[in-house]
Design a protein around this ligand. Sequence first.
Ligand code: 5AD
Ligand code: SF4
Length: 512
Amino acid sequence: MNEEQRLQNSQVKPLQKPEKDYSQYFQSVYVQPSLKDAKKRGKEEITYHKDFVIDPVLLGMGKGRKFFIRTFGCQMNEHDTEVMAGIFLQLGYTPTENVQEANVILLNTCAIRENAENKVFGELGHYKKLKRDNPDVLIGVCGCMSQEESVVKKILKTYNQVDMIFGTHNIHRLPQLLNEAYLSKEMVIEVWSKEGDVIESLPKVRRGEIKAWVNIMYGCDKFCTYCIVPYTRGKERSRRPEDIIQEVRQLAAQGYKEVTLLGQNVNAYGKDFEDLSYRLGDLMEALRQIDIPRIRFTTSHPRDFDDHLIEVLAKRGNLVEHIHLPVQSGSTSMLKLMARKYSREQYMDLVRKIKEALPDAALTTDIIVGFPNETDEQFEETMSLYREVGFEHAFTYIYSPREGTPAAKMEDNVPLEVKKERLQRLNNLVNEFSAATMQNYQDQLVEVLVEGESRKNPEVLAGYTRTNKLVNFAGSTDLAGKLAIVKITKTKTWSLEGELIEVLSGQEVGVL
Ligand code: 5AD
Ligand code: SF4
């Protein structure tokens, strides 16, 4: 990397109001990711930019043009897509669901496991013909994969149908990057590997009108040894409470019924404030006061889950009793190798505290099988922990080495057959517990937030309980966006069926 690129990489210029001289928008954009920089965690203060504006000279760029974004991976990516869609609309583009008629195609990618990456490379392969037939179409790659040096190198070498690559810290630069891509014959690459700032006031086009995502923090400093996220998403940066509260208030005023607070490690919320002692419990207490029926949060790290948060969650109201608490393994020695910074016993203590405060809380988790050196006995500890906690559901994964992470240097010594067998056994247990959990709902009354017609069967409505269980029942589509009391008449492994008892007014939230 030359001196100029390094400078650009390490310093983010504060966003400025448009200047008269637009020459800055016509410079060549070429900053590749750097794993070395992405590993750094410095003491630099986080800068909050509240003055995002699109340069007037770029505003008409999308007139007569259509955009298509395909999103892979987690809710954070889904939400980033909402922001990029907001920027496209401000630029005058219109959305399309049909990739064939798009003028700009973006792949918002996920790097968490190898198979997530393979899906993206497969999709890019399909676009070769599309680009040949229509050379004017712009194809872009963004999201977590673009933060990886090896991915950028591979795209440069083999996927010359790609016109632009930009990183997770460069989303607000989309207007300039598009402009550059239209003008340039070269592939436009702008991936900052810096620690990151917080950019407020970006436009958003939310996908639904009932449920909304709200970022509360960005990045992760946990550096679990298997995980690429701390490198692709930068250091932990919390949004200021007043900005979050304002956003949730606005969503409530717009008629949204549910907000999910997002962060890679939401329990670290506020740790980075230097002028303020304010953590997730305080934020949840403030959000409890807002007249919106449901607030959720994801994802939690057990290490930072504090007593104050449990106390606040126990007050319920609009704070739902569902906690996703990734454990990853039930073996203390595996947890140590994974650098999770808690033992099996500490995890179980936390579960006990949560269950004492919220006996009916639905606990769900994430588990990795086949981490380097995992023995049959250690895997059995995961199985026994699962039973002991009685999780209602789990996302289960085979360990996938990620280049640049500490675990990738360990020998990946559990044979694939063994990994698959462990996954199968674990999944059987997960299914068994899910079915048993569902059976407990038989003949119970539950509060359902109705989302509309079921996608699988338009004859019935679909909605979710506070514990995030899918419920189908007969009723009028006018109920979409309403809360209803439903009596459960039949239970399945993954969903419940019931009959409508009563439609609630906003005031009765959390009465059951
Ligand atoms: N291999 C397999 N699973 C992983 N996860 C994160 N990194 C990896 C990896 N390298 C899983 C963890 C995490 C979830 C989002 O993805 O279980 O909680
Ligand atoms: Fe990855 Fe989550 Fe660990 Fe952060 S806390 S490193 S996002 S698994």
